[in-house]
Design a protein around this ligand. Structure first.
Ligand SMILES: O=C(O)C(=O)C[C@]1(C(=O)O)C=C[C@@H](O)C=C1
Length: 369
C-alpha cells in the first residue's frame, strides 16, 4: 500500500523551519481556495526537506539534492532503492492521490496545493514525478495543465486512467434535506451537474474534492455537503449520503505522468506521442497539419486548442485592421517517436509550423480498454 508523506504533520516545526538556499524558494503560487488558513503544501514540503537536511545545513549551509534518475526509469524506486516520490495536486483522499498510487503502487505520494507547485517540485528535484489530471470523459479538458505543460519543460513519461466515482458526503446525523450547498472541485461539480441540479444544491468550487470533505468535517457544517471519493469520507470521518452521483457511470479521468527526463520511446507496446504546435497563417493550414498524420495512417486521439498567450491576436491581411485569434494546438497521436512514420510526420509538420515541441512519447494506459 502506498502511503502519503504527512507534510503538514508538525506545523510548529514547519513554521520554525527556514530555507536558506535561495533557488529552493518556491515562486509564490496563487491560492484560489476560499479557505485562507490553508497552508501551501509546497512550502511545507520545502520546509520538511529542510528539516531532513539539517546536518548538511549546519555543516555546509546547503541542501543536498537527490541522486539523478535514469532517463528511462518507470519503476517504483529510484536507483538508491528509496521509494519514488510522486507529487499530486490536492490533499489526502483526492483522486489525484489515487492516480499517483495507481501509476506507482509503492510510491510516496506528495501533496501540493496547486498544479504549478507540482511542476516546480519536480523541477527543483524535491520529487521524482508529478501525476496531474489532463482530461475527463464528462467534464472535458483541464486547460490549466495544458498551459503549464508549455510553460514548464517537464516531459510526459506516461499516462494513467482512473475511474472516478463521486459520493455526496456530509457530517454524521446530517440528512440530504438538511443540505443547501455542496463544495467540490469544479471538474467534480461539472461531472455531477445533472444530479446536483435535481437535488437542488448550490455549488461552490474549491481546490480539490478531498479539501471540500476536509472543510465540511473540520467546520462541522450541517447545511453543506462535499462531492468527493469514498476514501475521502473515510479519512475525514464523513457519512456517505449517496454513491455514484456522477452523470454517467463511465466517468474516467486521464492523468499525465511528468518527469525531468524523457523516456526512450519503445515500439513493443502501444505508444502515444503528445505534441504542441502553432501554425502559419493561411487557408487550410490546420487541415494540412492534420493531414501529415492521416497520410501515414497515424490515428489522432486528442486535439486541444489554446490561446497563444504571448501573441493572442494576429492582424489579418485584409488591410481593414481586423484581427484573428491565434492558437496553440495540442495533439496526441497513436505512434511512438521511435517509428519512422512518426518522425516523418513531424518533419512534414515542421514545414508549415511556426513552433513545434514534442511533450513526450510514452506507453498508452490500456488498463481501461
Ligand atoms: O479534486 C480532486 O480530487 C482531484 O484529484 C482533481 C480532479 C480534476 O482535476 O479533474 C481529478 C479527478 C476528478 O476528475 C475530479 C477532480
Amino acid at each position: 500500500m502506498a502511503t502519503t508523506t504527512s507534510i503538514l504533520r508538525s506545523p510548529a516545526a514547519l513554521l520554525s523551519a527556514k530555507v536558506t538556499v535561495s533557488d529552493h524558494k518556491p515562486t509564490p503560487t496563487v491560492q484560489f481556495s476560499r479557505f485562507p488558513s490553508k497552508r501551501s503544501c509546497f512550502t511545507a514540503l520545502l520546509s520538511s526537506l529542510h528539516d531532513n537536511n539539517n546536518d548538511d545545513d549546519n555543516n555546509n549551509n546547503v541542501i543536498s539534492h537527490p541522486k539523478p534518475l535514469s532517463s528511462s526509469q518507470l519503476f517504483n524506486s529510484v536507483s538508491n532503492g528509496s521509494r519514488l516520490r510522486v507529487a499530486y495536486q490536492g490533499v489526502r483522499g483526492a483522486y489525484s492521490e489515487a492516480a499517483a498510487e495507481k501509476a506507482y503502487p509503492n510510491c510516496e505520494a506528495v501533496p501540493c496545493d496547486q498544479f504549478d507547485s507540482a511542476f516546480q517540485a519536480v523541477e527543483k528535484w524535491l520529487v521524482d514525478r508529478a501525476v496531474l489530471p489532463i482530461e475527463n470523459s464528462l467534464g472535458g479538458s483541464i486547460h490549466r495543465n495544458y498551459d503549464l505543460l508549455l510553460r514548464h519543460s517537464l516531459h510526459i513519461v506516461g499516462e494513467v486512467k482512473l475511474a472516478v466515482q463521486h459520493c455526496l458526503l456530509a457530517n454524521h446525523g446530517v440528512q440530504l434535506e438538511d443540505l443547501s450547498r455542496v463544495l467540490s472541485h469544479p471538474q467534480a461539480l461539472a461531472q455531477c451537474e445533472n444530479t446536483l441540479t435535481k437535488i437542488g444544491l448550490s455549488r461552490e468550487a474549491v481546490d480539490d474534492t478531498a479539501l471540500a470533505a476536509k472543510h465540511v468535517a473540520l467546520h462541522k457544517l450541517k447545511d453543506t455537503g462535499a462531492v468527493a471519493s469514498s476514501s475521502a469520507a473515510k479519512i475525514y470521518g464523513l457519512n456517505i449520503l449517496a454513491q455514484d452521483i456522477q452523470d454517467d457511470c463511465d466517468n474516467v479521468t486521464r492523468f499525465l505522468i511528468l518527469a525531468r527526463e524523457p523516456i526512450i520511446p519503445g515500439i513493443q507496446n502501444p505508444f502515444k506521442t503528445s505534441i504542441v504546435f502553432s501554425l502559419e497563417e493561411g487557408p487550410g493550414v490546420l487541415f494540412k497539419a492534420l493531414a501529415v498524420f492521416a497520410l501515414r495512417q497515424i490515428n489522432l486521439t486528442k486535439i486541444e486548442s489554446r490561446p497563444l498567450r504571448n501573441q493572442p491576436l494576429r492582424a489579418a491581411d485584409d488591410n481593414n485592421g481586423s484581427k484573428y485569434f491565434d492558437y496553440l494546438f495540442y495533439v496526441d497521436f497513436e505512434a511512438s517517436m521511435a517509428e519512422e512514420r512518426a518522425q516523418n510526420a513531424l518533419r512534414h509538420l515542421k514545414e508549415f509550423a511556426t513552433f513545434l515541441r514534442v511533450l513526450g512519447s510514452y506507453p498508452v494506459d490500456t488498463t481501461m480498454m
